[in-house]
Each structure stands twice: as C-alpha cells, then as structure tokens.
Ligand binder design. Structure first.
Ligand code: UT7
Length: 337
C-alpha cells in the first residue's frame, strides 16, 4: 500500500475506549477520623474541598496491586485477555519503587511477556496523557490494544501531621483499554505543561537531587508539599483553558458536551471551571470527590469508569476529560462514546 493511502486510512481509523475498570481499597477514612489526627473539622474539609471521605490502601497494598485489579476489570469489560494487549502504560507518581516500573510489575502479574510497558510521571494529568499516548500508538497502527492505568497510593507520600494536605488525598486505581472503534472515539487531544511552576506541588526528597537520608526523613521532605492557594488559581484558569483548547477545534461549545469528567482536586475549582465553560455543574459535571478525595492520576480514571457504570454516559454522548496537576501539567480530551 502506498504511504499516502496508509495515512488516509489511519486518519479514518477511530480510536476509543473499549473497556474500563477501577479498584478502590476497602478502608474508608472519614473527615471525622481526620478530626482525631490533625487540627481540622468535617465542616472545614467539606466546605473548602467537597471531600467527605477517602480510601486508604493497606500497608501491604502497593500501587501495582491496585493497578492490577483495575486492569483486570477493564480487560474483562473489554472482553479481552491480557495477551491481547500490545502496550501497557501506567500513570503514577507513587510507583511501587523507582525501578523497575510499576508497568513492568503489572505486565508480569498479568502474565504477558515481551510487550512494551512503561510508567509516566504526569501527576494528576497522567491518565489523560496516557490516553493521548495510547491514541497515537493505535492510530498509527503500531498497536491494536493498549492498557492505560492511573494508579496512586497517595497515602504513602502524605504527611499525616500536615492538615493542609493530608485531608485532600486518597488511594485508588482506574484503567482503560483502548482500541479501534466503529463509531465515535477520541475526537481531540490537548496537552500542556509549565515547568516554571513546578515548586507549587512537589515531593522534594528521595530523588537524585536530594537522596533519602536521615535528614530528609526527619525534615519530612519525602512527603508532598503544596502551595494550595496559588495552585487553586492556576487550576481554574488552566482547566477552563484546556477545555476550550480541546473543544474549539471541533466547533463544540459547553452546551454540546454531555458530561465533563474532571480531575477531582477540589469542588470549588470544578464549579469555577464549569462557570467559565458556561455549563450547569449539576447536570454536566461528574463528581466523585466526596467519596474519594484527590487520587492524582487515578481520579479521572475512576471517575470515568464510575460515570459509565452509573449510566451517566450513553452511546453517542460527547464527553470531555479535563485534568490539571503537578509539573505543572494539564490535558483535555474529547471523546464521542
Ligand atoms: O491535584 C491538583 C493539584 N491540587 C490542587 O489543585 C489543589 C488546589 N488547592 C486547593 O484545593 C485549596 O487551596 C486547599 C483545599 C488546599 C486549601 O483551601 P483554601 O481555601 O485555599 O485554604 P487556605 O490554604 O487559604 O487556608 C485557609 C485557612 C488557613 O488558616 P488562616 O491562615 O486563615 O488562619 C489554613 O491554615 O484554613 C486553614 N487550614 C485548615 N483549617 C482546618 C488549612 N487546612 C486546614 C484544615 N482544617 N485541614
């Protein structure tokens, strides 16, 4: 086949999500529980963030355990076997260990050999970046089926004495299997990053800049540090802008979107984004932050899986994935279901 024709064919190829899965640890930590741990109240957390409870993984439960469970569920829903996969991408900032990657651990535990597997470190935007990468691999014909997982054990990088961050985070995993679809599929992808604002949300120690030491542990530098206020401002502006960047080229307006599946960092951020997009948050914003808090890369993955499970997304619906996180990073994807 001539290269020209191949490209035409590829342009027509529709890539979509063909199976979704999720895993949430059983252990629920409520705002009341947190009241006994730090100087906070259920009222403050609920009003300032929208969070009521979050899931906390067991001490013997690692990110790969949650990723594997979500992946197996996504494969089941896609009616595929692990051996049908051509690539595994895991978005996480809380890998089991620095190396080998969590994706390689999951590949081995899924019982598949040889196929490429890698982690991506894009914080809360990781699931969207993962889908964007999978989309390219399938579109070009390099892969038929790609597994994308957003999985985090945020409790392992949380300072449980810091009330400004410990009330926000939760653990969990969401997974998607992507492949060719007959109708609909991914319509547009927009990604971005701004490294100049990396200091607003980071884990300072444990890497090559500041290897783990008694001093780093005593200084609690292997926990996430966040400038919440400053991040909040950027989050609203950036998520609203990303939504526009992904929808505008398609000629879509807020009204044309059936459901927005955002990264769940703070209900006030999401309501402000909805207002800027001109959509009714009650009808068009999918929220599960109340139950799970901020699960970084797992948040939008779990939200998408639950929205489908609950029948909030129907065939033919146009949905928008929209995320923002450390890096800074952001991304938005429009999918016709
Ligand atoms: O995942 C993507 C990246 N993350 C984000 O986008 C998160 C963005 N930021 C936020 O969601 C919000 O900034 C927070 C929820 C983190 C904080 O809410 P805020 O309304 O920005 O509160 P604040 O940091 O301005 O703090 C207000 C007050 C402070 O007390 P003073 O200085 O006014 O006396 C804090 O010390 O609230 C206090 N405070 C708390 N009080 C009770 C901070 N945390 C707590 C707490 N309980 N847990």
């Amino acid at each position: 086949m001539h290269e020209e024709n191949r490209q035409d064919m590829n342009q027509e190829k529709k890539v979509g999500i063909i199976g979704l899965g999720k895993y949430l640890p059983d252990n629920v930590m409520t705002n009341k529980d947190l009241e006994n741990m730090v100087d906070t109240t259920d009222e403050w957390i609920t009003q300032r963030t929208g969070i009521k409870e979050r899931r906390i993984a067991g001490t013997d439960e690692a990110t790969s355990d949650m990723a594997l469970a979500a992946a197996e569920s996504a494969l089941k829903n896609a009616k595929l076997k692990a051996t049908d996969l051509d690539l595994i991408i895991i978005a996480t900032i809380t890998p089991d260990m620095f190396f080998p990657s969590t994706a390689c651990i999951v590949q081995q535990r899924l019982g598949v050999e040889k196929i490429p597997a890698f982690d991506i470190n894009v914080a809360c935007s990781g699931f969207i970046y993962g889908i964007a990468i999978a989309y390219q691999f399938i579109k070009t014909g390099s892969c038929k089926h790609v597994l994308v997982v957003g999985a985090e054990k945020m409790s392992s990088v949380t300072d449980w004495t810091d009330r400004s961050t410990c009330v926000l985070m939760g653990d969990g995993a969401g997974a998607a299997v992507l492949g060719e679809v007959k109708e609909g599929g991914i319509l547009s992808v927009y990604l971005g990053a701004d490294g100049s604002k990396g200091d607003l949300l980071k884990m300072p120690a444990g890497g090559s800049r500041m290897p783990a030491s008694i001093k780093s542990v005593e200084g609690k530098l292997h926990y996430l540090k966040m400038e919440g206020n400053e991040l909040f401002r950027h989050a609203v502006r950036i998520m609203a802008d990303a939504a526009l960047k992904a929808t505008e080229p398609l000629g879509l307006k807020g009204d044309d979107i059936d459901l927005v599946i955002p990264h769940q960092a703070n209900i006030r951020i999401l309501n402000a984004v909805a207002k800027r997009m001109g959509i009714d948050p009650e009808k068009k914003l999918y929220l599960n932050i109340k139950k799970y808090g901020n699960m970084s890369a797992a948040s939008s993955a779990v939200a998408l899986a639950e929205a489908v499970e609950e029948g909030r997304i129907k065939k033919g619906n146009v949905i928008l994935l929209d995320a923002f996180g450390a890096g800074l990073t952001w991304g938005a994807i429009v999918i016709k279901w």
